[in-house]
Design a protein. Structure first.
Length: 167
């Protein structure tokens, strides 16, 4: 089992040698009007059967009725993004998708930015692990989760410096 980063607060899911679809869901988070885009950051440590088992990050804006990958929802990984694609051969429910797979060799920092925010929305973040019917791995740890929404000030370009003009 991968070690925890901040025990006992890290969550863990095993990677079995059977077809599975395991999920960790955040509580429903109300989004405030005009609060801006949502950023999600966390630390994760995984050891999956490389290319056949893996994990993804998904979001729901309808209180958990439907989910979509953070990239399809408009988010962008700025740190620790997906490192492979899940093979379509062996029954993994995440087959064909980009995912974290293989061995992270310890905790990695992951940050996703620019998820849409807005009025009257309930955001749920889902960490989802899928495995195939073959070899097992150790599993996946998630720790130090931070979900933030803030209206960033627009970038201000510096005023140009006056340049002396030749006489």
């Amino acid at each position: 089992m991968p070690p925890a980063d901040t025990p006992p607060n890290a969550v863990f899911v095993d990677d079995p040698a059977t077809i599975s679809d395991k999920q960790l869901l955040s509580p429903s988070i109300p989004l405030i009007c005009d609060a801006g885009a949502v950023d999600v950051s966390f630390r994760n440590n995984f050891n999956f059967q490389d290319g056949f088992d893996g994990g993804v990050l998904e979001v729901s804006y309808d209180d958990g009725l439907t989910f979509q990958d953070v990239l399809a929802a408009g988010g962008t990984f700025v740190l620790g993004g997906y490192n492979g694609t899940i093979n379509s051969c062996c029954g993994n429910p995440l087959a064909g998708r980009q995912a974290w797979t293989g061995n992270s060799a310890g905790f990695i920092d992951t940050t996703v930015v620019s998820l849409p925010g807005g009025c009257l929305m309930q955001l749920i973040v889902r960490w989802r692990m899928g495995s195939d019917n073959s070899v097992s791995g150790e599993g996946w740890r998630i720790d130090n989760i931070d979900i933030a929404s803030c209206n960033r000030p627009p970038r201000r370009r510096p005023d140009p410096r006056p340049r002396p003009t030749p006489r």
